[in-house]
Design a protein around this ligand. Structure first.
Ligand code: S3P
Length: 429
């Protein structure tokens, strides 16, 4: 994929639906009584993997141009799949569905692509095993493929060492099938879409934020979920590429419509502001998931420090923030972000490799990176390592830098943003 240089980004854009919310809408809709109608669903490969898994368990899911209809069969209505559930590249599908499968009355197997087969699953196996689940890593390496034999589950408390919405959601979903109150404490509050949406479907989830910043989510055993209408907001993780492009590209003014700004996801906006960004929130709405239109104007950016509690709220945006930091004046330090090493690629290593190739002075650290920005950057050959967020972050870099930037396996953007390149070229000159 060869990236074209751009100037003067102008106009409006509606980014695709939120990936985390789209996954959950299909999952909870499948477990609900009645039909769930999902509007602005993300038609990315990851969410399509979730649809395919639930279809294999007997759920009728209709896709038409404007919405998805999930004809749920209730909490105990899934049927045993006759083949392995293919989760593709999707960590969210793997970890959330495992919590659901642990409480069923059948055995199932999950597998996905090479990236999924190297991502850590012990983080969900440990709490599920403590609830009495039968979950096995078939190669004994703590990764997929996984075999899960449904069992009666016991309520448990899990103290998670990582702030991970996937781990938290897995435990809460298993907790729906348990014999008492199940809870999970994480060191910092991670995205809370599961808690919000499950309550909307009729479950009983409570959240407590403790004085040290840690957070506990608890769920009661669940009798029934009820089908809902879900309007999926634009994904702030997809908006991030256009926020960065608008800020960094000379002569730009772009309006990103209806972007989700849930405070557990909005860290990118706060970091941009700290870097000197001109971003205005318009038409803010707090009905359901909070949303706003984001007006982005070209800004001269300076370095900042990104650390601590903000990290889970921008974890997927760090590759883009690192690229922004390379163009900004001064030094940016990113720390407390060890989780980057176990995403779709090792994002500390891969971002460092790409930015070094473009001429950036960057040092990887054990939990982040140190970027000395402001040097002129040049085009290069960038390996995406099949990681959609790496491809999109460097595509934005390629629209700004001098010379030609090419991205190996650039079509991996289809995981979360199939129309990314069309949208990228729709705004500029
Ligand atoms: C997600 C949670 C995050 C995030 C991922 C989506 C979710 O992962 O990086 O892209 O939808 O719950 P972790 O839970 O591993 O932090």
């Amino acid at each position: 994929m060869e990236i074209k240089k751009q100037t003067n980004l102008r106009g409006e854009l509606t980014v695709p639906g939120d990936k985390s919310i789209s996954h959950r809408a299909v999952m909870f809709g499948s477990l609900a009584q009645g039909t769930t109608k999902i509007t602005h669903f993300l038609e990315g490969a990851d969410c399509l993997s979730t649809i395919s898994c639930f279809r294999k368990m007997g759920i009728d899911i209709e896709r038409n141009a404007s919405e998805i209809l999930v004809h749920g069969k209730g909490l105990h209505g899934l049927s045993a799949p006759s083949e392995t559930l293919d989760v593709g590249n999707s960590g969210t599908t793997t970890r959330l569905i495992s919590g659901i499968l642990a409480g069923q009355s059948f055995t199932s197997e999950l597998n996905g692509d090479a990236s999924i087969q190297s991502r850590p699953m012990k983080r969900i196996m440990t709490p599920l095993l403590s609830m009495g689940a039968d979950i096995v890593s078939l190669r004994g390496n703590g990764c997929a493929p996984l075999r899960i034999t449904g069992k009666p589950l016991h309520a448990a408390h899990y103290q998670s060492p990582v702030a991970s919405a996937q781990v938290k959601s897995c435990v809460l979903l298993a907790g729906m099938y348990a014999d008492g109150i199940t809870s999970v404490t994480e060191p910092v509050l991670s995205r809370n879409h599961t808690e919000l949406m499950l309550n909307g479907f009729g479950a009983n989830v409570q959240t407590e934020i403790h004085s040290d910043g840690s957070a506990t989510a608890s769920i009661l055993p669940c009798e029934e979920l009820y089908g809902q209408k879900i309007l999926v907001p634009g994904d702030i993780s997809s908006a991030a590429y256009f926020i960065a492009a608008g800020l960094l590209t000379p002569g730009s003014e772009i309006l990103l419509k209806n972007v989700g700004i849930n405070p557990t996801r909005d860290g990118m906006l706060r970091v941009c502001k700290a870097m000197g960004a001109d971003i205005t929130l318009l038409n803010a709405s707090t009905e359901g998931e909070p949303t706003a239109d984001l007006l982005i104007r070209t800004s001269s950016l300076h370095g900042t420090t990104v650390e601590g509690e903000i990290i889970p709220t921008l974890i997927d945006e760090i590759p883009m923030i690192a690229v922004m930091a390379a163009f900004a004046e001064g030094t940016t330090v990113i720390r407390d972000a060890q989780e980057l090493k176990v995403k779709e690629s090792d994002r500390i290593a891969v971002v460092t490799e790409g930015l070094k190739r473009m001429g950036t002075d960057i040092q990887p650290t054990d939990d982040g990176m140190i970027i000395h920005g402001g040097k002129p950057l040049h085009g290069a050959e960038i390996n995406s390592y099949l990681d959609h967020r790496i491809a999109m972050s460097f595509a934005v870099a390629g629209t700004i830098c001098d010379g030609t930037l090419t991205i190996k396996d650039g079509d991996c953007v289809k995981i979360s943003y199939p129309e990314f390149y069309e949208d990228l070229y729709s705004l500029g000159k």
